[in-house]
Design a protein around this ligand. Structure first.
Ligand code: ZN
Length: 679
């Protein structure tokens, strides 16, 4: 599971960000580098890379290569035409002989950048298809003026190719939504992603229902690594493995992972990486579980990696996982804060406001650390999470524990940009909120993320006989899981325990988090929507669910208040203690829903509080936001690792920081083109 950046984090100054001492010495580093549509592209630094030993650098380099070799998979997973489209755009950039300037060109360029940012033609957050603003005739002239040998023609003439590709690019109704979570429809059929073909949701669900055994204490994550198709009327899985679907990309990943095995830091890491190789070669999901268990046990390595089919947000029914990789090194200093929380995990579980029978008697092996990201790829790039808690299989988490990480250098880059942002001034209700946010915002955000990952996702237990709650709660599972983790963080961020532990200076820090969460959940996250839209993405749904439920339930005591001033809407927390109690009550209920697999209650909660948006308010918020000219979404250019060779041997690895997003994307497209256009 991942924590995404809320718009709240846009507002934090880095004044109280005291954990990044090492980075302040490199303050000349330019973080902001491109801005288009609703997006901004940033850069991050791999602070401390030079502290690594030559062997650790070599290991990081191999994992970096492995990460990027899977890049084509995420494009294909999101939409079966994405690779063809991306390669058409690349061919134009690389070979078009006409004038690359003017209004039409710049519209085309914006479109291309959006495709690269979203790994395809659907918005990375709203999942809606976007189309170029340049004319189709202009696009045609670009294609015809480009080198035909570079176009993904697959044997077709340019005219036939254009006839096929134009509607796919320009018609917003074709493949309108990559993930459609709307209720009362066939979510599988309505979603344009490439996880299913010719099958209905009911068919998929009954296929997997027959595979699941009640009371299985080690259930397989069925469907995680395959596409489901119908062949001669029979359902079949096309498995992503060596020799299977995506085989060419996976073979390259395996090639680099094997090199990584040879320079692993210790036996635990060696074992984990070897199992990952086995999994990729066989596609065997039992091997995937074995790999995850070994990966959780690898706690001592400085270098770590997430690589595989990880998150299921891209599948409307949460079975199939998107490819991603995050290569990282441990930030030794910053890890002390998160480790302190992990150490007290049992205390937090014991004191949680959930029902006794839903508490873990023994909270196992939560390893928490702050990492410095070295490379992100697949679904984790250019848009990135700020926290990750894995593995996702509930039984492994319960029986073997999980690893929880906070992406320190990414958050640091966000904070630098946020310090300059006018968001807080526009949307905060009073000066006190602003001052508190400036003083505590960054730390409050860090504490929230830490607790969300370490004691949030890791808490609670499922009733016997319920099986996998993700299967039972279906399209609401992700939203409720994120809501649950947020609520654990919110409940404890106002607990004196954190002050006693020495990781929070005062409860004002917790109040800053409440201000920001409520403001974000009820108002500022709406800046990410278009007029007419409701909430779709799991993290956004969860934030509104938590904030709105608390608002409604606290109405009689005026716990949270909406105010109007000069035609502008503000929101204000009047009673922090009561709000904390409400967060606790909602946590108790959502834990019950998850523990019992109560789909009816899940529907009522998410549809009742987490989906619908007041369109009048949305209109107002958008108007205020547009005037600020702040990009609602951010992503990153990845650093480039360059090995220093002596003969066959890598003796050192240098880091380069590209500054041009387009050039960077074109280079990745060229160097890591691992799959055919159609898979
Ligand atoms: Zn989460």
């Amino acid at each position: 599971m991942v924590s995404a950046l809320g718009t709240s984090a846009l507002m934090y100054s880095c004044k109280s960000d005291n954990k990044q001492g090492a980075q302040s010495s490199e303050s000349n580093f330019e973080v902001e580098c491109d801005r288009f549509a609703d997006l901004q592209v940033l850069r991050y630094q791999i602070t401390g890379f030079d502290e690594l030993t030559a062997q650790q650098k070599e290991l990081a380099y191999y994992l970096y290569e492995a990460a990027n070799c899977g890049r084509d998979m995420i494009y294909d997973q999101k939409y079966k035409h994405n690779l063809t489209i991306r390669r058409t755009l690349e061919a134009i950039f690389n070979s078009y002989t006409g004038e690359k300037s003017g209004d039409e060109w710049s519209k085309f360029e914006t479109y291309a950048k959006r495709v690269w940012f979203s790994n395809g033609v659907h918005h990375h957050y709203s999942n809606l298809k976007f189309v170029p603003e340049c004319s189709t005739t202009y696009f045609e002239s670009l294609v015809k003026g480009s080198d035909a040998t570079q176009l993904p023609l697959d044997g077709k003439t340019v005219d036939v190719f254009l006839a096929e590709v134009k509607p796919i690019i320009f018609d917003p109704k074709i493949g309108a939504k990559s993930v459609d979570l709307a209720s009362g429809i066939d979510n599988v059929k309505a979603s344009a992603n490439n996880f299913y073909e010719g099958v209905t949701q009911a068919e998929v669900e009954s296929y997997y229902a027959s595979k699941m055994k009640k009371d299985d204490t080690q259930p397989i994550s069925w469907g995680l690594n395959s596409k489901m198709v119908k062949e001669n009327g029979v359902l079949a899985e096309k498995v992503w493995k060596s020799g299977g679907m995506y085989g060419p990309a996976i073979d390259k990943i395996v090639f680099w992972l094997k090199k990584a095995v040879n320079v692993a830091e210790n036996d635990n890491q060696k074992k984990a990486l070897s199992l990952l190789v086995e999994f990729y070669k066989t596609g065997d999901l039992k091997k995937w579980d074995e790999y995850n268990i070994a990966w959780v046990a690898d706690v001592d390595s400085r270098i770590d990696v997430v690589n595989g089919f990880i998150e299921v947000y891209g599948d409307a029914i949460g079975k199939r996982a998107s490819y991603e990789s995050v290569v990282s090194m441990k930030d030794m200093e910053a890890t002390k804060r998160i480790a302190a929380i992990a150490k007290e995990a049992q205390w937090f579980e014991d004191h949680a406001p959930i029902m006794a029978e839903h508490k873990k008697k023994e909270v196992k092996g939560i390893t928490a650390k702050v990492i410095t990201v070295i490379q992100e790829a697949g679904d984790a790039a250019p848009s990135t999470p700020i926290g990750i808690n894995l593995p996702n299989a509930n039984w492994i988490r319960q029986q073997h524990g999980s690893k929880s990480v906070s992406l320190g250098n990414i958050v640091h880059s966000y904070n630098i940009v946020a310090a300059k942002s006018p968001m807080l001034k526009e949307f905060a209700e009073n000066e006190g909120q602003i001052k508190r946010a400036q003083e505590f915002g960054a730390l409050a955000g860090d504490l929230h993320t830490d607790m969300h990952e370490v004691i949030g996702h890791a808490s609670g237990q499922i009733n016997k006989g319920v099986g996998d709650p993700d299967q039972t709660l279906k399209n609401y599972a992700s939203t409720l899981e994120e809501a649950r983790a947020d609520l654990v963080a919110l409940y404890y961020v106002l607990d004196p325990k954190l002050v006693e532990m020495g990781i929070m200076p005062s409860l004002d820090c917790g109040k800053a988090e409440y201000d920001s969460y409520i403001m974000n959940g009820l108002i500022t996250q709406l800046t990410r929507l278009n007029i007419g839209e409701n909430l779709e993405e799991a993290h956004m749904r969860n934030r509104q669910l938590n904030a709105k439920w608390a608002y409604e339930m606290g109405k009689k005591d005026n716990v949270i208040e909406f105010l109007q001033r000069d035609g502008k809407t503000y929101v204000k927390v009047n009673d922090y203690e009561k709000l904390r109690v409400l967060f606790g009550e909602l946590l108790k209920e959502i834990q019950r829903v998850k523990s019992e697999g109560d789909y009816k209650a899940a529907t009522a909660l998410v549809e009742g509080y987490g989906v619908k948006v007041d369109q009048e308010l949305l209109k107002e918020v958008k108007e205020r936001f547009t005037k600020l000219n702040v990009a609602p979404y951010k992503g990153f250019i990845q650093p480039r690792l360059v090995p220093v060779m002596e003969g066959e041997k890598i003796t050192d690895v240098k880091v380069e920081y590209p500054t041009n997003f387009t050039e960077n994307m074109l280079r990745l497209g060229k160097e890591y083109s691992t799959l055919p256009n159609k898979n």
